[in-house]
Design a protein around this ligand. Sequence first.
Ligand SMILES: O=C(O)CCC(=O)N[C@@H](CCC(=O)O)C(=O)O
Ligand SMILES: [Zn+2]
Length: 344
Amino acid sequence: MLQALLDSKDFLALTLANPHTFDGTFSFKLGDHTQVEVWDTGVIVFEPVHNEGKDIVLSCGVHGNETAPIELCNGLITQLLQQKIIAKQRTLFLIGNPLAINNGTRIIDENMNRLFSGEHSNPPGLINPERIRAKKLEAYVDKFYTSVTDGRQRIHYDLHTAMRASKHEKFAIYPYRPGRAFSGEQIMFLAASGVDTVLFHHEPTTTFSYFSSERYGADAFTIELGKVYPMGQNDMTRFIATHEMFMRLITAKPLELTDFDADKVNLYQVCRVINKHADDFEFTFATDVENFRSFPKGFVLAREGGQDIKVEQEFESIVFPNAKVPIGNRTVICLIPAVNAHVR
Ligand SMILES: O=C(O)CCC(=O)N[C@@H](CCC(=O)O)C(=O)O
Ligand SMILES: [Zn+2]
């Protein structure tokens, strides 16, 4: 019955019509080339009969109001279902938070992108829609990566859009990966996809991309594809390069990447993350200040509990400032240029 609904080839519509879960799983074949498995609402796997050795996860809608990546992924899913393109790599699509997408909001109860690496069960017994879903998403990623032999390349692009405009419209967060060099090839893939700016994170986090990177050794990134707009109001022409490169990746077409060149991208190092400790936390700058705005040493960025929080480095650029987060959460990421990043 659910499978019949997919006759329209619109997996997002099927997902949003069943936002909690599907009653069972189903699978079917596309021609003689691809097995399709639907593991849950928003969870679809394309399993080529012959694949080229990459296991690719594309996730979107972990934040329900970040719609451009959802439209982008659904477009790719539809093209695959219509056999307009044929997967040559194993590919798992995850539509993260269908309840929040239906609600048109970032979250229902809690920020899902702070609930990975087991944080969904901390403290035990605290249950909400995001905790339930984050735990399931972890299990689907685990099943996808571990159901095949080792030695394959694991990739996870967790796609988002940002609340504010950014000096660099599209950028990626490279999760902390001690002991593993950053991949120049991945950075050039991102650049070819229109994502010309990368932030190297400096510590473990509880984000989805860190989970796949740390637990499965995946080349994983949180990717910000621009500013957030309501469903249907995205200018999809801004994603032509991203769509093209994701399509080439999935279909194993030549990526035609140039060698890593630090001059072709903007590389930043996270120097610190400022967390919220009190309800009176406030930024000194206007709400429309864009991501990557740089402030000089000594500038008072924020105030909290009667204390000034000042810029410590010569200059620091700010990303994702948000004073309205729960106590204990990140209010802003501060960046300096990355000069000595170990890229290979
Ligand atoms: O625009 C904003 O303030 C937030 C956009 C967003 O959702 N960003 C991700 C980044 C995750 C990471 O640091 O890897 C998030 O906050 O979850
Ligand atoms: Zn997001």
